[in-house]
Unconditional design. Structure first.
Length: 264
């Protein structure tokens, strides 16, 4: 399965990272990096109305290389004017990401930044803090219960917020055990990359009302926005639709309007 391969490749990449910067040094760098605001990511998603996390990625296993209609710096200018947070892919082998992209975004934006990667070792959390991330992604499908608990605690100790990603009932039940305040449902199956927004509808009843509920992947049109509004979603994480759009700002504003109208 592609997910297993991504994790194996990540383990190899981490060996390279640690050879350049040891875990001890990365921990020190994280400790020396001031926390901007430990609640900024949560707060921007929790506010009334639809919140949007705009993503920056150059490729994915399901799409291949993405044609860049807008360069990184111009895209961040657009995101600064239209979305509530930014997601940056830092996984190298399958998404063509890089921690340097996140560093560049941090210099260009005051918005909360989510480091989107396959987080499997403590080193990555120290690195996330050191490069300027405000939040990290925990994918329930690749972590056991102890890792979910320990990584969540470590992230919060570092002043990082956490988006806990689930895909099915079993993962949602496991995620709820650590009582995260932000829960996501990936509508893309990470094992075969099929997409179904029904994942969000099916898992919605599991999510307590006080949590921020995020729909990830598969949001491509007005009907999707209306459907997810009916599911009681608080925020969208949007990648492909924005990366392929020549004017993501107009798309974001339009979808927020559609969501607001559907809420009346």
């Amino acid at each position: 399965m592609i997910l297993d391969q991504i994790v194996e490749d990540k383990k190899k990449r981490l060996l390279e990272h640690k050879a350049k910067v040891s875990e001890e040094k990365m921990r020190r760098l994280a400790e020396q990096t001031p926390t901007r605001d430990a609640d900024c990511f949560y707060r921007n998603l929790k506010k009334p109305g639809l919140s949007i996390i705009g993503e920056f990625k150059k490729a994915s296993p399901s799409m291949g290389q993405i044609s860049q209609k807008i360069d990184l710096m111009e895209r961040i200018d657009i995101y600064n004017a239209s979305v509530d947070a930014i997601s940056c892919l830092t996984e190298e082998d399958h998404f063509c990401g890089n921690v340097d992209y996140l560093k560049q975004i941090r210099e260009k934006s005051k918005l909360p930044i989510l480091r989107k990667d396959f987080m499997i070792e403590e080193y990555q959390f120290y690195e996330a803090k050191a490069i300027g991330a405000d939040a990290v992604l925990l994918i329930a499908a690749i972590l056991d219960d102890a890792q979910l608990r320990d990584f969540y605690q470590l992230a919060r100790e570092l002043g990082l917020d956490v988006l806990v990603e689930t895909h099915d009932e079993a993962e949602m039940e496991r995620a709820l055990k650590i009582n995260p305040r932000i829960l996501g449902v990936n509508n893309r199956n990470l094992k075969d990359f099929t997409i179904s927004l029904e994942n969000t509808r099916r898992l919605r009843p599991y999510v307590p009302a006080d949590k921020v509920f995020v729909a990830e992947s598969g949001i491509m049109g007005d009907e999707d926005v209306q459907f997810l509004n009916s599911c009681g979603v608080d925020a969208f994480l949007i990648g492909r639709a924005f990366m392929e759009a020549e004017d993501p700002k107009t798309v974001a504003q339009h979808w927020k309007q559609i969501y607001e109208e559907a809420s009346r």
